[in-house]
Each structure stands twice: as C-alpha cells, then as structure tokens.
Ligand binder design. Structure first.
Ligand SMILES: Cc1cc2nc3c(=O)[nH]c(=O)nc-3n(C[C@H](O)[C@H](O)[C@H](O)COP(=O)(O)OP(=O)(O)OC[C@H]3O[C@@H](n4cnc5c(N)ncnc54)[C@H](O)[C@@H]3O)c2cc1C
Length: 153
C-alpha cells in the first residue's frame, strides 16, 4: 500500500487526503495551523460574520424610517471579534470532515508549524515532527505578494 503525506489542511489538502484514502493509500496530513485552513479560520467564514454585522448596523439605522424608535447602534469591535471566533468554532464543531478523516483512518497532525523537506520522502516540522511517505501532496495555499509601492503596508 502506498503511503501519502498531504501538507496543508485547507479545502485542497482535505480533499486530496480524503481522495487518496478512498483510493486505498495510507494517508497522513500535516498542517502548520488549524484544520480547515484559510477557508475555515481566516477567510470566508470570518469575513461573512463581519459582513453580517455591517448589514445589521445598516438595517438598524433604517429602523426610524419604519417607525421603530431605538437609539443609534454602536459597534463594540472587541465583542464583534469574539463573535467571529465563536462562529469559526461553531462551524468547526459542526463540520463532518473530522469524522470522514477518522472513518478513513487518516492521521492528522495539527499546529505543527511550517513543514520543510529534509529529502524527497521526508519532511520535518517546526514542532520537531519527522514524517516519511512514498509521495507528498503539497496543498499549502498561497500568500499575497507585497508590492514595492510607496504607502503599501
Ligand atoms: C477574506 C477571504 C474571503 C474568501 N472568500 C471566499 C469565498 O467566498 N469563496 C471561496 O471559494 N473562496 C474564498 N476565499 C478563498 C479561500 O479561502 C481559498 O481559496 C482556500 O482557502 C484555498 O484553499 P487551500 O487549501 O488551497 O489553501 P489554504 O486554505 O490556505 O490552506 C493551506 C494550509 O496549509 C498550511 N500550510 C502552509 N504552508 C505550510 C507548510 N510549509 N507546512 C505545513 N502547513 C502549511 C496552512 O496553515 C493552511 O492551513 C476567501 C479568502 C479570503 C482570505
């Protein structure tokens, strides 16, 4: 049986690991941070929660036009960030992905820090884990490029 190591647990890495296991490979998945990658933790889910708060404020400001009298809404940004964290955690808890991984026998290593190759069949993580496999699938997402323009932070 071929062993496969998938690096990165975003949507791409999760799909790759599940498919490899369905096809009969012995699969391990390693990721520097949280299971779910950007989609679950830093991207669409947090952004949609922030957008929902913006819509609620916009609607609350229209209440007077419809005869509903309230005071002006005030944003408590710290409370909003806590709500974002709650939604991320609720979504993670409800996701069936973990169970799919367990039922297919895929071993998951989370919060390992960055993984680097030590040779074509071995990686080492910042946390000191060394993992070997016949083949590696890299699903490490992307990073935005810093532009060398004045004022770009
Ligand atoms: C604000 C925002 C909103 C978005 N909204 C949408 C949307 O509405 N719809 C949509 O389809 N897409 C949306 N996206 C894009 C979507 O989140 C990405 O396309 C998707 O997450 C990419 O998946 P991925 O698996 O390729 O990478 P990622 O989700 O980035 O996962 C890569 C994983 O690899 C890990 N990793 C990276 N390097 C290493 C390493 N060396 N060693 C170990 N682990 C490593 C990272 O920790 C991460 O967990 C949004 C993105 C953002 C930022």
């Amino acid at each position: 049986m071929k062993s496969i190591l998938v690096v990165g647990a975003g949507p791409a890495g999760m799909r790759a690991a599940l498919r490899a296991a369905e096809l009969g490979a012995q699969v391990e998945l390693v990721t520097s941070g949280e299971f779910g990658g950007m989609a679950a933790n830093d991207g669409p889910i947090p952004v949609r929660t922030l957008a929902h708060a913006a819509r609620l404020i916009r609607e609350a400001r229209q209440l007077g036009q419809y005869g509903v009298i309230t005071s002006e809404p005030v944003l408590d940004y710290s409370r909003l960030l806590l709500r974002v964290q709650e939604v991320v955690e609720e979504t993670r808890a409800r996701s069936g992905r973990r169970r799919d991984f367990e039922s297919l026998g895929i071993k998951v290593h989370e919060h390992t820090g960055t993984a680097r190759f030590t040779d074509p069949h071995e990686i080492e993580t910042e946390s000191g884990l060394r993992l070997q496999a016949d083949a590696m699938i890299l699903c490490v997402g992307g990073v935005s490029r810093r532009l060398s323009l004045p004022g770009f932070n």
